[in-house]
Design a protein around this ligand. Structure first.
Ligand code: ZN
Ligand code: ZN
Length: 120
């Protein structure tokens, strides 16, 4: 089952849940309120998750399109560094760290937006 199918099923469940919830509410059933609330929360959460996962970013050098969820450290096409992480300990670096990693003390060889050295 792919992501889109899952999203569609959740979407349909939300519509059905909302509809049934409204009918129950009209009939004076308190359960309808819970159902309505549940459907709305489920719908917005899955919607946010879906759009977050499918958000794309572009490599600053070659404009290669990649999904945020892929979580690339380097561009698969031109090897430009995409995330400000230490190559040695893999921790996110603060902007103030330019020469050495404050976590492990290793020299920062490639900075964000630069192409990784081939000789490595
Ligand atoms: Zn690139
Ligand atoms: Zn480090």
């Amino acid at each position: 089952m792919n992501e889109l199918t899952f999203f569609l099923i959740v979407f349909i469940l939300c519509i059905v849940g909302t509809g049934v919830g409204i009918i129950l509410l009209i009939n004076g059933e308190e359960l309808g309120l819970y159902l309505l609330f549940f459907a709305i929360v489920l719908g917005s959460l899955s919607g946010i998750e879906y759009f977050h996962n499918n958000k794309v970013e572009y490599c600053p050098t070659c404009h290669y399109e990649y999904k945020v969820i892929d979580d690339y450290d380097y561009c698969p096409q031109c090897n430009t560094k995409l995330t400000n992480k230490c190559d040695s300990c893999n921790k996110y670096l603060p902007d103030s760290a330019t020469d050495t990693c404050p976590y492990c003390g290793k020299e920062i060889e490639t900075k964000v937006g630069e192409i990784q050295n081939e000789s490595n």
